[in-house]
Ligand binder design. Structure first.
Ligand SMILES: Cc1ncc(COP(=O)(O)O)c(C=O)c1O
Length: 411
């Protein structure tokens, strides 16, 4: 009895702590960073190179570590938190749906999944959606759909591209260090990006699809020329190949348009989405149009979790936030401001579209990222001399100023 009493008191205390944590937005943490790092190294496969920080909370453009230190987050979960961390509308949608229905599998119909598919159709101009749980999975789905539609397995991809790390997606990811240990793979033919002649020469009647990122993000932010994408459309049509746009990173306002494809006006046959789709929860989607939209038959593909009710509700809420807060327009405006501001660093080059921005600097950018962390700024370097900025789209001028100033000081 006494024990139960203590247990319920403890429970009430925990609930009060949780409530005050939310109300005060304060974190009183008992986490010992070095102890946690040691436990992580013993319990988790060492596939990630992590920054030296334990993050415990986020709100908007900010995150806090286990010591209560505040950071401006210009990585946004790698282009995931487009609406900012813990946006109240997304939190509320998750909370509400979690109390109604979280998951049922795809053995049954759920309304949220259908609503989300309809919304994505409207936003992308595509005909049908297939849901999955990550970017790599959306690429896998696109590859299977290519085979099913065309009966062909040849893929042409771009040098420097990144399409994920599962075996199918990996075969279409350029970096040899990622591919080499896992060969044999079904590997794409890689051609220089933005080079129409090279693409034309590589695409044959055996090509099932050409896969391109409208902006190459992991590579360090390289933007496709509109003319190149238009030519790619024509080249695919001439060869009877599908055109896949991988918009996992460029989707949902990141480039200053809803999708990167809108900068060229080119409609691909297949589009892959993930990252920002569900406001921070793991979700992917592959959408198709034309004959590709009719090619999958029952049993051709599937996933237990895909398009569950709760995650679909989160995605719908996140899309609403992007619309209501005009984050696509904001991404364009703040992206221009960031690119202009970066000129003050005397860079080698600034590239980007909206709030996916890359800067090449005469500096060791890995060290720069580590030092920026100490100064309360989360950054990401995609190469020795390149920083990629992919902040939440809710970012403001003041925050951009602060981040660029910190980099300026460090340089
Ligand atoms: C363009 C692109 N495609 C696919 C992926 C893979 O996504 P995920 O890490 O969710 O599997 C990424 C991830 O960075 C990406 O940028």
């Amino acid at each position: 009895m006494q024990r139960d009493g203590n247990a319920s008191q403890e429970c009430v205390l925990k609930m009060k702590q949780a409530a005050s944590f939310e109300a005060n937005s304060e974190v009183v943490s008992m986490i010992d960073k070095n102890d946690l790092k040691k436990r992580e190294s013993e319990a988790i496969f060492q596939t990630y190179g992590r920054q030296d920080v334990v993050l415990v909370r986020g709100s908007g453009v900010k995150v806090w570590d286990s010591d209560g230190k505040e950071y401006l987050d210009f990585v946004a979960g790698i282009a995931v938190n487009n609406v900012g961390h813990c946006h109240p509308a997304v939190v509320e949608a998750i909370r509400k749906q979690a109390g109604i229905l979280i998951h049922t599998s795809n053995l049954y119909y759920t309304e949220k999944q259908v609503q989300l598919a309809e919304e994505l159709k409207k936003l992308t101009g595509m005909k049908r959606a297939y849901f999955c749980n990550s970017g790599a999975e959306s690429v896998e789905a696109a590859l299977k759909l290519t085979r099913r539609t065309t009966g062909k397995s040849g893929i042409v991809a771009a040098e420097r591209c990144f399409h994920g790390r599962t075996l199918g997606a990996l075969g279409n990811t350029y970096k040899i260090v990622y591919r080499e240990p896992f060969r044999p793979l079904n590997e794409a033919e890689f051609v220089p990006y933005n080079d129409t002649e090279a693409l034309k020469a590589a695409v044959t009647r055996e090509t099932g699809a050409v896969i391109l990122e409208p902006v190459q993000g992991e590579a360090g932010v390289f933007v496709a020329d509109a003319e190149y994408l238009r030519a790619a459309r024509q080249i695919c049509d001439d060869a009877g190949a599908l055109l896949i746009f991988d918009e996992v990173q460029t989707g949902f306002g990141r480039t200053g348009k809803w999708f990167g494809k809108e900068h060229s006006g080119v409609q691909p046959d297949i589009i892959t989405l993930a990252k920002a789709l569900a406001g921070g929860l793991p979700m992917g989607a592959m959408l198709a149009t034309g004959s590709a939209a009719e090619a999958f038959q029952k049993g051709d593909h599937g996933s237990t979790f895909a398009g569950g009710a709760m995650i679909s509700a989160a995605a719908l809420a996140s899309i609403d936030v992007i619309k209501n807060e005009r984050l696509v327009e904001r991404s364009d405006e703040m992206g221009r401001y960031l690119r202009e501001k970066l000129q003050s660093l005397a860079p080698r080059e600034v590239r980007g579209q909206g709030l996916i921005v890359g800067v090449d600097l005469d500096a060791d950018c890995k060290t720069l990222v580590e030092k920026a962390l100490q100064k309360g700024v989360l950054l990401n370097n995609t190469g020795e001399h390149t920083i990629r900025f992919i902040p939440p789209l809710v970012v403001g001028r003041e925050e951009i100023d602060k981040v660029v100033d910190v980099i300026g000081e460090l340089l």
